[in-house]
Ligand binder design. Sequence first.
Ligand SMILES: C[S@@+](CC[C@H](N)C(=O)[O-])C[C@H]1O[C@@H](n2cnc3c(N)ncnc32)[C@H](O)[C@@H]1O
Length: 261
Amino acid sequence: MEKVKAKKHLGQHFLKDESIAKAIADTLSLKGYDEVLEIGPGMGVLTKYLLDKPVNTRVIEIDTESVEYLGVNYPKLKDKIISEDFLKYNINQVYENKQFAIIGNFPYNISSQIVFRTLEFRDQIPEFSGMFQKEVAERICEKKGSKTYGILSVLAQAFYDTEYLFTVSENVFIPPPKVKSGVMKMTRKEDYSLPCGEKLFFTVVKTAFQQRRKTLRNSLKTLNLSDKLREDIIFDKRPEQLSVEEFIVLTQKIEADGVQS
Ligand SMILES: C[S@@+](CC[C@H](N)C(=O)[O-])C[C@H]1O[C@@H](n2cnc3c(N)ncnc32)[C@H](O)[C@@H]1O
């Protein structure tokens, strides 16, 4: 069968360097789960290495041409190809109450949404690793004080330990993307329950970073905080100056002030 033609609107940049595909597959610890879901397998360059591992590998792919290609070229994937949009698919159709890892050379146009969806299903996802646009991979792993530290960093790191692993040149893809790529890994924390209201925590983080140059006293005005609470020195800070733990403390203070969500 002919190779799949790259479709820009699906973020298709096919990896041609086998050693990088293998290195990405090897980022998985294979501990605490025996199921792996690859998002966006394309023509299967990474899938091939996953199929060698002692886990049950499934793939989810939006592009029907790629799905057809995989079906013809990877008999081992029989009945394990989910021909769906990862962002819309209810993964419990396959993984009800099961633990599984996510891996991929992810489509860059929906990278943040992939991370947010993973956070939504975090009770079932102990490990997540793969390739993003370099900036996004860095952002997920960034600590406070950096310009790229933001919503994605705080929310991912509230539940996962994140690690930037290595950078990948644009020349190892067909067609080459305009930017470099980065491989990162997230490992769910042993205790990943939040000691504050989760909905409020998400609201506080998102609202604070929407106006990242302002102090929290100004950016969090819309949460109708009491004047007394607003005198707290934590509100003198800007969001990039707060660690994940400090965002949790901030949420606890807001909760104690009577704001529910
Ligand atoms: C960067 S390419 C990587 C392809 C292949 N894994 C490789 O390394 O060569 C991203 C893949 O994600 C697929 N994709 C894009 N959006 C998707 C979605 N919402 N759900 C599932 N797959 C998607 C694309 O069709 C494409 O195959």
